[in-house]
Design a protein around this ligand. Structure first.
Ligand code: MGD
Ligand code: MGD
Ligand code: MO
Length: 711
């Protein structure tokens, strides 16, 4: 080997080797956590990735998903060119067409559908990716359709809904300045690793951490001063019981409650039913642990409560449980204080980087007036009143029943039907549509059911303006050219707007111009971001000032923290203004289905469906496995690695058994994302929360038997 060959084999950058290091970020994960990446590029090909040292999000580290970016980007099933279907839906028979042909035909058919059935019959949908959403929603609006929806119909947005309901704006929590932290249903080791440094620092200076989780996780093992191993979905009963203890012990912040809380008297009356004995019976917890957690939360202040976008609200009683939990911050005066839960703004930039852009105006200024109800508005009116997009959980029903009106077309950007309960029902509905277009990175099953497939590209192949917590902004540039003839979603949206000849010059002026427009009232100059290779400090970003929001009066009908929701009053008796507790179970017979299954936790090396076809990450847990309590497994004669049938009232899957002490007796857990054992086929599409529409992924009655056995 020559010296040069050695350097090249070791991927050492420099003029000799022709290897360049360029900055970008990994967009596999949640937008809040897009880690800075050093991309090693040779001859236009990505050959290696590392975390970017000094990046404000990850400071040089990367998780297994981030390290697998090269395999992710070059996945064998990347879509290469625009495709038009030639065989039946689902057959996967397509022919390659040019972008011009694709745009022309799609635009013509969309305009025909609009003329025949009205613009609302076209749904514009986005899966996990969030960076182009305001553009896609504006496209829908400029086309005349109110129907924009996204994966947020099952993620995070129910917590936004609940906070808007209670205090009029979304809220966050301030662990860095807290004395007590209720880590309620979170496991950052698997789902938010970049948050750990902050938690370690806080723990070092004495933060008390109570983790509330049915499982034993790295968080319960390494961070918890106290672990409340609660039965799934009974969190509301625990929170109401804690409320009673706080009142009985005189730990209520009287001044805050008198001035700023609406409904305290009704709440105090209601929680009388939640004495310790009853709460222990419901939750399976020990009385002394509940007392200890409550005492810390109410007296070792300031205290904050985590806010998971998923497990609490992934229950049919989740919205009310969430409200019961967050009501604790009101009665103890832990809201809008440093170290507590605190109000934040409404747009992405405003929420996370604490400065205001014109993003909301951008999305909504072309919104059609007097449009018919969006998908989900009739069935989930509270969601409809509080959230700026449709509730897609009702899509399956609307496709089938065609009420309040039939849907005719879906313009899908990353629609993965498998993320919703009983996914085959969505496909059946989709197959009846007149037009289905999928813009995707990979050839998914949904693509195979589409009439046209358009190839999108990854963050390594495009531009993006992005903000980070702490008041940073960045504008990444492509580090490699878009693979094959793929394009950024933002370009596809602009070019569709052109083909449709929409009367929207701003959207049609392109991505960078639109971002410039959104930032036009800011001190931040987009050109500074574009010039810089790393995130820059945003001069407009303002630190949180405790008490300012409270002093101004909350953005609720009463101007107060509404424990009794005056918005919900309108929907009595179907919905309840107090955060009342109801059981989380589905309707299956407990005799027949004695175990409780969660299909909601996170694998550290997977991101929903997207890393299962990447060899490195797949190798870490190759087979679908149900985690079950080791005692239960023994009783059923099941051993580690056995193939078992896991069944609910609506479906079954074949998986391996993984008996473990980390799962509570009579409980089980299956990770989602495995196509061959689709967890969501076990979840009934009727098992949803009436307040938010969210599916009860974390509480499904089930049974497990060895494969060979018959009943
Ligand atoms: N059983 C179960 N189901 C769940 C959950 C659970 O916990 N358990 N969680 C729910 C939650 S919280 C969430 S967030 C959802 C996630 O649900 P989804 O967002 O549907 O999940 P993904 O598998 O990430 O699918 C997104 C699709 O978008 C494509 N894609 C990725 N990036 C881009 C891009 O830049 N452009 C385009 N056009 N396409 C792109 C991907 O290839 C993928 O096919 O799942 C929900 N469903
Ligand atoms: N590696 C990885 N990271 C991710 C994702 C991913 O797919 N992979 N997805 C991202 C997305 S979209 C989301 S929404 C977040 C979600 O991330 P988190 O909000 O952290 O959610 P989970 O990891 O699903 O669950 C955290 C813990 O809640 C517990 N839990 C489950 N049910 C209950 C319950 O009823 N009560 C209580 N108290 N605890 C319960 C689980 O046992 C689990 O340990 O993660 C994000 N981060
Ligand atoms: Mo999510």
């Amino acid at each position: 080997m020559t010296e040069l060959e050695r350097l090249q084999a070791a991927k050492i950058p420099g003029p000799d080797t022709g290897i360049e290091v360029k900055h970008t970020f990994c967009s596999i994960c949640e937008p809040l956590f897009h880690c800075g990446v050093d991309a090693y590029v040779k001859d236009g090909t990505l050959i290696k990735v590392e975390g970017t040292p000094g990046h404000p999000m990850n400071r040089g580290s990367l998780c297994p998903k981030g390290h697998a970016n090269r395999q992710y980007i070059y996945r064998a099933d990347r879509i290469q060119t625009p495709l038009r279907r030639t065989g039946p839906r689902g057959s996967g028979e397509f022919e390659e067409i040019s972008w011009e042909e694709a745009y022309r035909e799609i635009a013509q058919r969309l305009n025909e559908i609009k003329a025949s059935y009205g613009p609302e019959s076209v749904l514009f949908y986005s899966g996990y990716a969030k960076w182009y959403r305001s553009f896609l929603q504006r496209l829908a609006h400029s086309f005349g359709s109110p129907n924009f929806g996204s994966e947020s119909s099952t993620c995070h947005m129910a917590t936004v809904e609940a906070w808007r309901d209670m205090v009029g704006t979304f809220s966050a929590y301030d662990v860095s300045n807290a004395a007590t932290y209720l880590a309620w249903a979170v496991n950052p080791y698997h789902s938010k690793a970049t948050q750990l440094t902050q938690l370690y620092e806080a723990k070092e200076r004495g933060l008390k951490i109570v983790v509330i989780d049915p499982r034993i996780t790295p968080t319960t093992a390494k961070l918890a001063d106290l672990h409340l191993r609660i039965r799934p979905g009974t969190d509301g009963a625990l929170a109401l019981g804690m409320g009673k203890l706080i009142i009985d012990n005189g730990w209520v912040d009287q001044e805050y409650v008198e001035k700023h809380v609406y409904g305290f008297e009704q709440y105090a009356e209601y929680v009388k039913q939640f004495d310790l004995k009853r709460v222990c019976d419901i939750t399976g917890l020990e009385a002394r642990d509940i007392e200890q957690a409550t005492e810390w939360y109410a007296t070792n202040k300031p205290s904050c409560i985590s806010q998971s976008g998923a497990p609490i609200v992934h229950h049919r009683n989740g919205y009310q449980n969430f409200r019961a939990i967050m009501s604790l911050s009101a009665i103890t005066g832990n809201y809008d204080v440093r170290g507590g839960n605190f109000p934040i703004g409404e747009t992405y930039s405003h929420q996370w980087a604490n400065f205001n852009t014109k993003e909301h105006e951008f999305t909504h200024c072309t919104k059609p007036k007097n449009a018919p109800p969006r998908v989900g508005d009739v069935r989930y009116p509270l969601w409809g009143a509080l959230i700026d997009e449709g509730q897609m959980i009702d899509l399956t029903r609307q496709l089938r029943e065609e009420t309040p009106y039939p849907m005719k077309a879906i313009m899908a950007f990353g629609l993965n039907h498998r993320m919703f309960p009983e996914p085959h029902k969505i496909l059946e509905g989709v197959d009846q549509l007149e037009l289905v277009v999928s813009t995707e990175l990979f050839m998914t099953e949904m693509c195979r059911h589409s009439d046209f497939v358009l190839p999108a590209c990854t963050s390594f192949e495009r531009e993006e303006f992005k903000v980070y917590p702490g008041g940073f902004a960045t504008y990444i540039k492509p580090v490699i050219a878009p693979l094959y003839s793929s394009k950024p979603d933002s370009t596809i949206i602009k070019e569709l707007a052109d083909a449709l000849e929409l009367d929207d010059p701003l959207l049609r002026s392109g991505y960078e111009n639109c971002v410039r427009w959104m930032l036009s009232d800011c001190v931040l100059e987009l050109d500074d971001c574009i010039r810089e290779d790393m995130p820059v400090k945003v001069p407009d970003a303002k630190p949180f000032e405790p008490g300012v929001y409270t002093a101004a009066g909350y953005n609720t009908p009463t101007g107060k923290f509404e424990i009794w929701s005056t918005r919900i009053e309108k929907y009595l008796p179907k919905l309840d203004p107090l955060p009342t507790y109801t059981p989380p179970w589905d309707d299956a017979d407990p005799e027949q289905f004695p175990l409780v299954l969660s299909v909601g936790a996170r694998l550290p090396f997977a991101l929903h469906s997207r890393m299962h076809d990447v060899p490195w990450t797949r190798s870490l847990r190759p087979d679908p496995m149900v985690d079950m309590n080791d005692g239960d497994a023994e009783e059923l004669g099941i051993r580690e690695g056995d193939w078992v049938i896991l069944e609910s009232a609506v479906g079954q899957v074949r998986v391996r058994a993984n008996p473990t002490g980390r799962i509570m007796p009579r409980c089980a857990q299956l990770y989602h994302g495995y196509k061959e054992a689709d967890a969501n086929e076990l979840v009934s599409s009727l098992h949803v929360d009436p307040y938010s529409g969210y599916p009860g992924y974390n509480c499904i009655r089930c049974r497990i038997r060895k494969e060979a056995e018959t009943l």
